[in-house]
Design a protein around this ligand. Structure first.
Ligand SMILES: NC(=O)c1ccc[n+]([C@@H]2O[C@H](COP(=O)([O-])OP(=O)(O)OC[C@H]3O[C@@H](n4cnc5c(N)ncnc54)[C@H](OP(=O)(O)O)[C@@H]3O)[C@@H](O)[C@H]2O)c1
Length: 299
């Protein structure tokens, strides 16, 4: 397939790019700077100069591809409006296509709010953090748009060897500071390694029926205190983790900080069952602390 990728230099999108290229897809990727274009070229994508905020410059490309994978965000306060404006431009470019444009839209586990002991899946009603509710409004609009075959992906918290959602923990531990957990030590995160997440996107791109939603989690729920202690052990840090209340975290870092303070569980069972997803990396804490380096797929 020829895919237009938005966010191809990001934490999620860069893994998707590698996965798609490895599996023989052709990828045109939006680049808002020379630096992003160079990274995309190095990874065998065709850079498409343009910025999300100015879709008139690039949305025409949607007329020429088989699919769009949208994994771009700048966490700006206007992101909801920016997102809607470029969705509208893409839909306009796709109008009159002979075949619908496949469109993978990225949501996320924070759209389910605090799940507590319950395990979120595709049947659970949404309860989004207010600062992310625009994603659901924009998805609803996209799902009704003509000429679009929409698929919604909800990644769990995404990690990798350099950090991802664990970057803040790693930075603290390697710099000799205590790791700060937000919310409480009982906060749990559903997790997925970004390479496994990328394989889920590819499977959905290639095989998902239009209109489907998939939650992508390899580990249902891991305590953040377990993760923090694993990172500290690996870094040789003797500092015990500390806890910042959700109110303090939001005051210091902004509204998004309520996300990592949610007690969440989420299941990836549907994509395993329906599309044969097979996550290879399922023990983040063990792998990070160095106790389980033999796990398949972890390098
Ligand atoms: N990471 C997670 O754990 C996680 C979990 C669930 C859901 N999500 C969702 O997944 C999406 C992607 O997250 P991420 O963590 O991969 O984000 P990220 O690492 O911050 O990457 C964002 C990407 O968007 C691009 N971008 C941002 N603003 C742009 C603009 N104005 N014009 C063109 N490109 C622009 C960036 O390009 P540059 O390289 O040029 O900056 C980068 O490629 C977000 O919607 C996020 O909410 C993430």
């Amino acid at each position: 397939m020829h895919v237009l990728l938005l966010g191809g230099t990001g934490s999620i999108g860069s893994a998707i790019l590698k996965e798609l290229i490895t599996h023989g897809h052709r990828v045109t990727a939006l680049a808002r700077s020379d630096r992003s274009a160079a990274i995309l070229s190095e990874n065998r994508a065709i850079p498409l100069p343009g910025d999300l905020v100015c879709p008139v410059d690039w949305a025409h490309a949607a007329a020429e591809v088989d699919a769009v994978v949208h994994a771009a965000a700048d966490f700006d306060t206007d992101m909801g409006a920016i997102d809607r404006a470029f969705l509208e431009a893409i839909v306009a470019a796709a109008s009159g296509r002979r075949t619908p444009l496949r469109f993978l839209y990225t949501g996320g586990c924070w759209l389910f709010g605090e799940t507590g002991q319950e395990i979120a899946d595709e049947t659970m009603p949404y309860d989004p953090l207010p600062s992310f509710s625009w994603m659901l409004e924009n998805w609803d609009w996209l799902a009704d748009a003509p000429c679009i075959a929409p698929i919604l992906i909800h990644p769990a918290m995404v990690w990798d060897e350099l950090g991802g959602v664990l970057h803040r923990y790693m930075e603290a531990a390697w710099n000799g500071r205590p790791i700060e957990i937000w919310g409480s030590p009982d906060v749990t995160w559903p997790l997925v390694h970004r390479r496994d997440l990328a394989s889920a996107y590819r499977l959905a791109l290639e095989n998902a029926p239009a209109g489907e939603t998939y939650c992508i989690a390899a580990e249902t729920g891991v305590k953040t205190s377990t993760l923090a202690d694993a990172v500290a052990e690996r870094a040789g840090s003797k500092h015990p983790h500390s806890v910042l209340s959700v109110e303090q975290a939001v005051t210091q870092h902004g509204d998004w900080a309520a996300g990592p303070a949610l007690v969440q569980r989420m299941s990836g069972e549907k994509i395993v069952r329906d599309l044969g997803w097979n996550p290879l990396i399922e023990d983040a804490a063990g792998l990070i602390s160095g106790l389980n380096q033999g796990s398949p797929g972890f390098q």
